[in-house]
Design a binder for this molecule. Structure first.
Ligand code: HEC
Ligand code: HEC
Length: 361
């Protein structure tokens, strides 16, 4: 301001040309983003990262902070991290999560390990088509963060640190440019870093660095149907290696109903409107399944034993129940062996990875 006044005095002839000082101007802060290359220890398919949202260290750090910041909810009580706990592989041990004012939704939160590999069909019913788009939902969902994007944008624009962080991550020149799209981009960048460490017992056995126990190995052989003299547990067709999901939508026979119209939750059918898709849900990954109960879209099973009893029984049959859901004929011991294998997919390094934790003091 002071300098401008001197300027005005020095050239009195053209006072109208003096620009207003813009208090929201961020251009004094350097914009030198550091590109970030994902380090993937495992032989996964290439992650599809949108050209419009390249990953940078600054963007990831910002997204991580926002993911854990209760500013994201109407009354500043909860954040994304309240329903997606790192120690539970970003699921919620409560089954049906609690939103603002303790409101409940109808489904369980989801495991976010390797979520970046599934950027086409997010949510149990696949209604969101990108991580950037997905973020827009929980913020305004009355049973989740129950906030208003316009208000949240203002809160973040007026925050003491965020404008500078958005400048460093996205090169904005004025804090008023902070909007839902940039907030979503930052969070999506953080989510893409949530990747398997490649150090589970399963991974180490694949690399020949460890030998699975006999139970784990037999469980694996049944899981992937590898040998004729053990029963086929069918799991690996849907929970397929290397990500332990094909990301398809299937009816795995949970509901005891006789008519496709009667599914209590229509799942994929709610999105496509096709009766044939009623009661189908996205196949979830099994990485960290052993440490992230309860199971299924409604959290109906508390233990892997209950899950195995369900599959072993052949579930309930409707016209669209997947043909792989059949009575398996596994003995008690064999059910335990499949569970022993599922436990080899526990990624302790992921669950304790310091870069995924809440950065806020
Ligand atoms: C109140 C609890 C709650 C909060 C808060 C919450 N989520 Fe979720 N999240 C859920 C539930 C429940 C689902 C599954 C909803 C469904 O399928 O209908 C879900 C699903 C997701 C998915 C889809 C994963 C997949 O594999 O398809 C992503 C990604 C996600 N949440 C990220 C976020 C982010 C980012 C935030 C913060 C902006 C957030 N969540 C806030 C409960 C929550
Ligand atoms: C036809 C495909 C299919 C087969 C075969 C299959 N699953 Fe699933 N699995 C699914 C689907 C779909 C879901 C989610 C269903 C829902 O929530 O409504 C699921 C959910 C699960 C879950 C819950 C994970 C979570 O985060 O909630 C576990 C655990 C599981 N399956 C283990 C297995 C095991 C072990 C086998 C083999 C005995 C198996 N599945 C066979 C499709 C399949």
């Amino acid at each position: 301001m002071f300098l401008l006044f001197i300027g005005v005095g020095a050239c009195e002839k053209e006072p109208a040309e003096v620009p207003d000082v813009d208090e929201d101007d961020l251009t004094a802060i350097p914009y030198e983003p550091t590109p970030y290359t994902l380090s993937v220890a495992v032989n996964y398919p290439k992650m599809n990262i949108p050209a419009s949202n390249p990953m940078t260290r600054e963007g990831i750090a910002l997204g991580r902070r926002l993911f854990y910041d209760p500013i994201m909810s109407r009354d500043s009580t909860i954040s994304c991290g309240s329903c997606h706990l790192q120690t539970e592989s970003f699921k919620d041990p409560r089954g049906i999560s609690l939103g603002v004012d303790g409101r409940t939704g109808r489904r369980t939160s989801m495991n976010l390990i390797n979520v970046g590999y599934n950027s086409q069909n997010l949510f149990w019913d696949g209604r969101s088509t990108s991580l950037e788009e997905q973020v827009l939902h929980p913020v305004e969902d009355p049973n989740e963060l129950d906030h208003d994007w316009a208000v949240l944008e203002k809160q973040i624009q007026n925050h003491k640190d965020y404008p500078a962080e958005f400048r460093r991550a996205f090169g904005i020149t004025n804090k008023k440019e902070i909007d839902q799209k940039l907030i979503a981009k930052a969070i999506a960048q953080f989510e893409r870093t949530l990747i398997s460490s490649g150090t589970t017992r399963y991974d180490l056995a694949l690399k020949g660095e460890l030998v699975l126990t006999e139970d784990e190995l037999e469980g694996y052989l049944m899981f992937v149907d590898a040998v004729p003299d053990l029963p086929d547990a069918e799991c690996g067709h849907c929970h397929a290696e290397p990500l332990f999901t094909t990301f398809e939508f299937k009816n795995n026979g949970l509901e005891n109903i006789d008519n496709l119209e009667n599914f209590p939750d229509k799942g994929r059918g709610e999105v496509t409107g096709e009766l044939w898709d009623y009661g189908k849900f996205k196949i979830p990954t099994l990485f960290n399944a052993a440490v992230s109960p309860p199971y299924m879209h409604d959290g109906r099973f508390e233990t892997l034993e209950e899950v195995m009893d369900h599959y072993n029984s052949g579930g309930h049959r409707q016209a669209n129940t997947d043909p792989l859901i059949v009575p398996l004929g596994l003995t008690e011991k064999q059910k335990q062996q499949v569970i022993a294998f599922v436990k080899t997919l526990t990624d302790t390094a992921f669950l304790n990875h310091p870069d995924y934790a809440d950065p806020n003091p």
